[in-house]
Write a protein that binds this ligand. Structure first.
Ligand SMILES: Nc1nc2c(ncn2[C@@H]2O[C@H](COP(=O)(O)OP(=O)(O)OP(=O)(O)O)[C@@H](O)[C@H]2O)c(=O)[nH]1
Length: 376
């Protein structure tokens, strides 16, 4: 409801005369933290609003057997994870990574579909693979995140299994991981302490607010001195880390949610709306600056290679054999790398006017003899 109110209350402002772009929520978290249940909960929340605001959902987990929500685009419709494992002779993690790599090659089509729907939805939700590192530390994860963040205001929802982080050392490891993702993506970041019905997250907020309380908790959980009475290496390390994290916590939004009961979901959407502003004020200008820098570098490279090519041509002109061989022949057929605009990403939702969706492609059929391209 908060999100809805947030949108309506700004409805009269001059900036909102142009329709706001949807916010993309990328859900990341350790295996079993409750990502899919969380996505289903926020999906249900958006459907329950008046009027309902159904989101556009992307499932990027090729290995998941069942998802509790109806995804609009599902990686499993395009990539058969078991087939990838078989053909490339891979284990489960290699299979998920290769499936994600293959899907990334089609991500421009996904973005096209998302952008077509941007007029009609307020939120795009992305569920990521269960093995967190496959998304956060792979080239394809970075490409997908960057592509989405360039097209839409984007926020990372980092889902934490609260009952499993009550031990200070585990809590700190989880927060260090969150910190690494924040610095890698540089996107607005919300820590979602999930499963608060099983374990309230007040302890986590207290540890994040006051590092001395956290250090006390550390001291009670493990011995802080060795046999000679000096602080143990682990103790010193964790104390220093907690000081580093103290800075990180200052820039962090955190909410407690129960994906089971729905408790805290409104707080989450308030944090999302605040993150949209953060994206527009901080991330977008930085993105524009980096893009301008990249364009300038590319332009410089282009000018350098043009200069080199002209110099080479000057040398070649002295040699008539090369000149004759390299002359452009208009009758020669050019190699066409375009696939003719053929699309094989499936949008499961109702087609919009003019859009043809071949539902026979919605599931890979047993009789299809697909040969995946070998990885380079
Ligand atoms: N008590 C409680 N259990 C939850 C909550 N959210 C998720 N769970 C449970 O946590 C388990 C894992 O949930 P999933 O949604 O499958 O987690 P996931 O992160 O998507 O799992 P992977 O995709 O395998 O990484 C399931 O048994 C859920 O029922 C919650 O808010 N409260």
């Amino acid at each position: 409801m908060a999100a809805q109110e947030g949108q309506e209350s700004t409805g009269s402002s001059s900036s909102s005369r142009i329709r706001k772009k949807p916010v993309c929520i990328i859900t990341i978290g350790m295996a079993g933290s409750g990502k899919s249940t969380f996505v289903q909960r926020i999906n249900a929340h958006l459907h329950s609003l008046t009027p309902p605001k159904p989101p556009y959902i992307l499932n990027l987990d090729p290995a998941v057997a069942n998802v509790p929500f109806e995804a609009n685009i599902d990686i499993r419709d395009t990539i058969d994870y078991h087939e990838v494992m078989k053909q490339y002779n891979l284990g489960p993690n290699g299979g998920i990574l290769t499936a994600l790599n293959l899907f990334t090659t089609k991500f421009d089509q996904v973005l096209d579909l998302v952008e077509k729907r941007a007029e009609n939805v307020d939120y795009v939700i992305v569920d990521t693979p269960g093995q967190i590192e496959i998304f956060t530390w792979s080239a394809s994860g970075a490409i997908i995140t960057d592509a989405i963040a360039t097209a839409l205001p984007t926020v990372i929802a980092y889902v934490v299994d609260t009952p499993r982080t009550v031990a200070p050392a585990t809590f700190m490891s989880n927060m260090l991981y969150a910190c690494s993702i924040l610095y890698k993506t540089k996107l607005p970041f919300i820590v979602v302490f999930n499963k608060t019905d099983a374990q309230p997250h007040a302890f986590a907020l207290e540890w994040m607010r006051d590092f001395e309380v956290f250090q006390e908790a550390l001291a009670t959980h493990q011995s802080t001195t060795d046999d000679e009475g000096s602080p143990t290496y682990m103790n010193s390390l964790m104390n220093s880390m907690s000081l580093v994290l103290d800075e990180f916590y200052k820039h962090l939004k955190s909410v407690g949610v129960s994906s089971m009961t729905g408790d805290g979901v409104s707080d989450f959407f308030e944090a999302v709306e605040a993150s949209r502003d953060e994206y527009e004020k901080e991330y977008l200008p930085e993105l524009v600056r980096m893009r301008a820098q990249r364009d300038a570098t590319l332009q410089k490279q282009k000018e350098d290679s043009t200069a080199r090519m002209l110099a080479d041509l000057a040398v070649d002109r002295a040699n008539h054999t090369f000149t004759a061989r390299d002359r452009w022949n208009p009758n020669e057929e050019e190699e066409d790398e375009d696939d003719g605009g053929e699309s094989n990403i499936i949008d499961r939702s109702a087609p919009w006017p003019g859009q043809y969706i071949d539902l026979t492609q919605a599931r890979r059929r047993e009789d299809q003899d697909t040969t995946w391209p070998r990885p380079a």
